[in-house]
Design a binder for this molecule. Sequence first.
Ligand code: SF4
Length: 361
Amino acid sequence: MMIGDTRDYAKLSQMVRSQKPLDVPPGQFILGAAQEGEDDGSQLSDDTQVCSCHNVTKGDVVEAVRSGTCKDLKGLKACTKAGTGCGGCVPLVQSILHKTLRDLGQEVSNHLCPHFARSRVDLYHIVAVKGLRTFDAVMREAGVRADSLGCEVCKPAVASILASTHNEHVLARPHRDLQDTNDRFLANIQRNGTFSVVPRIPGGEITPRQLITIGQVADRFGLYCKITGGQRIDLFGAKKQDLLAIWRELVDAGMESGHAYAKSLRTVKSCVGSSWCRFGVGDSVGMAIRVEERYKSLRAPHKLKGGVSGCVRECAEAQSKDFGLIATEKGYNIFVGGNAHGALDRGPAGRHRLPARGGRG
Ligand code: SF4
């Protein structure tokens, strides 16, 4: 099991499987390779498994590209299924794709779309450095044509960059039409075209009255209920025309959007902590609510999830979240960049201390 920077997983697991003698000192694998730039998979043998969900090897990927069947990541996913499971191998699969295309003499572009001859990262930096605040300003500054209206790829991408840079209201007039369906309907579109609705339940703490309201809403609109991993209640199967009435009833009962559809703070999960648990040394529910209330609505380049555990037994799995707090006798340890869903390529987790109360959390 690898924790933290997992980029070398495919290479290392292949070495273990093949049991061949190493041609570099083993310490290099612990301290990290001195290699700079993108890992394009050229060190991997063709029989190295790159997608463990669907058992796809590097050779399968290279062959699919060489045969001309797949020219981009979407096509590669369709014909090999690589990257369509957990998605953890997508960066490596994309690198192998680009390397193979370059070897075939083809040009590889990382441009966002035909309207921006820039990568998403470049656009992010341009928006931040030049302080651009609207889609039109970004198009004038960085677009291929200053008067272009954009497309369904660049509009939500730029909207997300603007939101995470300036955190203005995403449904304010200049930004509203750029948003994806989810942000416009405050609900998460599902496979069958219906929506799921998730009210915010900070710290998993909910009143009996709010529970009854959620039940009544689910009953009235025929919604399937599922308790999520983030300690909330997800209501599935909502029709678009019912969303306004559903939200009206939930808002009237004192609830608000949990942003379960947004690149934003989602939940801060917590265990019951010192209020109930005999092992607890910190008020994990109270801290989770404080953190969630403080950072809710914060937009980010990716969804954000946190956790707070009341002691080192870690029932809230704080170390596997994007950020987590674990109570100790002296305060909280903070963990950043946990190794779990969505955090595989963000590097090793770091730990810092925070005072128990009155701190910055
Ligand atoms: S993490 Fe500790 S305080 Fe929280 S529920 Fe588990 S044992 Fe109790």
